[in-house]
Each structure stands twice: as structure tokens, then as C-alpha cells.
Design a protein. Structure first.
Length: 259
């Protein structure tokens, strides 16, 4: 079976700057792949390039084994659902209407039913008919997460899906994406919280300056050396029965390199 998403030596350049530099990565059904790195490391560009939203300067991006450049927009939308980092909603549509947009190919009654079910899953079932511009930022973020779930696509791509959410809503969002993976979807997401990334993701891809510097199970990907190189942190991950803890401090000038 082909990976749901695959990048092969992908590069993206903007003028003289290389934003993504020879990155290869796969995501298969049933797993969550987390993409982590410091601000400006290329995380969002990687997701957008994989979906054909950013033109590659070199390499290839595939969805379900098909070159993304050869896919029509409807075909891409059937193969992949996308939650962008930008949570802007321009019109005061109801939560149910916004969520139903994820089922663009379904009949209106089915789209509405799927939207109501997804809003229930994100804890907003009672607000289905409220305008999204009348909601808090966190509630709007959950409506957009519901829209992603409504797609029922075999690949779900989420750029910072827990940004702007309260701690309990962050865990709910990640639990829901874990449920989608358990149901057979491939999930690719970016996160800034390394402890949550290690707790919820099957594999992590670590970017630094547009390059993939580590990839594998969380314990293997987030070594002290990688934490130092990618995040300028002096620390390590600790796996406890109650969860994952990142024990770290900022590296100070004059600290010895742990690489």
C-alpha cells in the first residue's frame, strides 16, 4: 500500500533563500507523524508542499502514490483534509455551515449530519447554529477542527491544531486525531509542545533551517543532541507512567556543545 503522503528530496526556494532543503518523509495509514522545529524551520512549508499548495523547486510530493502536480483540486480534497495555521473566518456563518464545508462532495443533508456529529465530538454540539464570529477564538478553532474531521479523508494534515486552545481542549483535539489514526487515517501535524508531540505521535520529524535532522520514534528523534541543535535547549525527554515530560533549559553562551 502506498503511503498516504510522501515527500521525496523535496526542496522549496524563495528567491535566494532555501526554505526546504532535500526533505524526504512518509506518512502511512494508522499513524500520527509530528513535524517539529523552531519557528522558521520550514514546518508549514513542508505541509503545504506535500499538499501541492507550494511549488517544489526540486523533488516530488505524492498523495496516495500519485504525483500531487497531476491531481485536480477535487482529487486532492478527497485524498487529504487540511487545517491551516491561519484560523481566520471572514463571514459570520453558523458553526454547522462552516464545519459542513469539509464535506464539499456530499449532499447537503449528509454534510449537515456529519457537521453536527463532528461538532459534538469537539464539544460544540450546542453551538451548531451560532455564528462563528460570535464565538471565542478557542471555539472557532474547534469549529475548524470539526471541519477537518468532517472531510473523512484518508490523510488529515493539521498545522498547529492546538494553537489557541485551553489545556483540556488541546488534549481533546489530540485525542480526536488519535482516534482518526486508530480508524485508519494517516495524520500529519505540527506542534510546538514537544512533550505533547512525544506523547501523541508515533514518529517525529525534526526540522532545522529547512533540513530534516532527525526522524523516528519520539525517544529516538528528540535526543539531547537534537534538542540542542534544533531548539537551543539543554535537556532531555523523560517518559513517566503519567505522561511525557521535557526537562530542559535554554542553552547559554559558553555552554559546551552536546552534539
Amino acid at each position: 500500500m502506498s503511503p498516504a503522503l510522501a515527500l521525496h528530496d523535496a526542496a522549496v526556494r524563495r528567491g535566494p533563500a532555501t526554505v526546504l532543503d532535500g526533505v524526504s518523509l512518509e506518512a502511512r495509514p494508522g499513524e500520527i507523524v509530528g513535524v517539529v522545529g523552531a519557528n522558521g524551520s520550514g514546518k508549514t512549508t513542508l505541509l503545504r508542499a506535500a499538499l501541492g499548495l507550494v511549488r517544489l523547486s526540486a523533488g516530488r510530493a505524492e498523495l496516495a502514490g500519485r504525483d500531487v502536480r497531476a491531481l485536480s483540486e477535487p482529487d486532492r480534497a478527497r485524498l487529504a483534509g487540511y487545517l491551516p495555521q491561519d484560523r481566520h473566518v471572514g463571514w459570520n456563518m453558523t458553526a454547522a455551515r462552516v464545519a459542513s464545508l469539509g464535506a464539499f462532495h456530499a449532499r447537503p443533508a449528509e454534510a449537515r449530519a456529519r457537521a453536527e456529529a463532528a461538532l459534538g465530538r469537539v464539544g460544540l454540539g450546542r453551538l451548531a447554529d451560532r455564528g462563528v464570529l460570535e464565538m471565542s477564538g478557542g471555539e472557532r478553532a474547534r469549529v475548524l477542527l470539526a471541519r477537518l474531521l468532517v472531510t473523512q479523508a484518508p490523510l488529515l494534515v493539521a498545522d498547529e491544531p492546538i494553537a489557541g486552545l485551553d489545556p483540556d481542549a488541546q488534549l481533546l483535539a489530540l485525542d480526536l486525531l488519535r482516534e482518526e489514526a486508530a480508524g485508519g487515517a494517516a495524520v500529519v501535524l505540527t506542534l510546538h509542545d514537544l512533550a505533547l508531540a512525544a506523547r501523541y505521535c508515533d514518529r517525529l520529524a525534526v526540522l532545522a533551517d529547512g533540513r530534516l535532522i532527525a526522524e523516528g520514534a519520539p525517544a529516538a528523534a528528540l535526543t539531547p543532541q537534537v534538542l540542542a541543535q534544533a531548539f537551543a535547549l539543554d535537556g532531555h525527554l523523560a517518559f513517566t507512567p503519567d505522561g511525557t515530560i521535557l526537562a530542559a533549559r535554554r542553552k547559554r553562551p559558553g555552554d559546551g556543545s552536546s552534539a
